[in-house]
Design a protein around this ligand. Structure first.
Ligand code: 4NP
Length: 147
């Protein structure tokens, strides 16, 4: 049984905090006691709140991520049973850290291996698309975890 999950993107301000917020909500609804966190592979946004567009799309869907703060993945993250990367570049960078945790791509969960596209230089529609993809993948993830 997976007891801890870390979601990882590049900046830890757009995609992975949304994934963390959605997963926390789904875990709570299912009554699951799972440690859920997120991190970035880069050091670009350490200590910063999520991007305002991610906060907004989360809020529109009943997920509050405004209290989260950016951090960079580090060796202590080997404590997570499962680390889920948002795209292949992040997957490759996490893989190089040799943390020993099981590593997966978010798109492996019902999205045919699709990458969660970086919305940073996009608009509200791109953030909504990210939200929809994450919600679908995380529902699938919890179905698999609970098998
Ligand atoms: P994220 O999006 O990886 O989903 O948090 C990005 C955030 C910041 C940057 C790139 C992607 N950046 O280049 O600063």
């Amino acid at each position: 049984m997976v007891k801890s999950i870390l979601f990882v993107c590049l900046g830890n301000i757009c995609r992975s905090p949304l994934a963390e917020g959605i997963a926390r909500k789904v875990a709570k609804e299912r009554g699951l006691d799972i440690l859920i966190d997120s991190a970035g592979t880069s050091n670009y946004h350490i200590g910063e709140p999520p991007d305002s567009r991610s906060i907004r799309v989360g809020r529109q869907n009943g997920v509050d991520i405004s209290m989260l703060r950016g951090r960079q993945i580090d060796r202590s993250d080997c404590k997570f049973d499962l680390i889920i990367a948002m795209d292949r570049q992040n997957y490759a960078n996490i893989s190089r850290l040799n943390l020993g945790s099981k590593l997966a791509l978010m798109g492996e969960f019902g999205l045919d291996g699709a990458e969660i596209p970086d919305p940073y230089y996009g608009g509200a529609k791109d953030f909504q698309n990210v939200y929809n993809m994450l919600q679908s993948a995380i529902n699938e993830l919890f179905k698999e975890i609970c098998k």
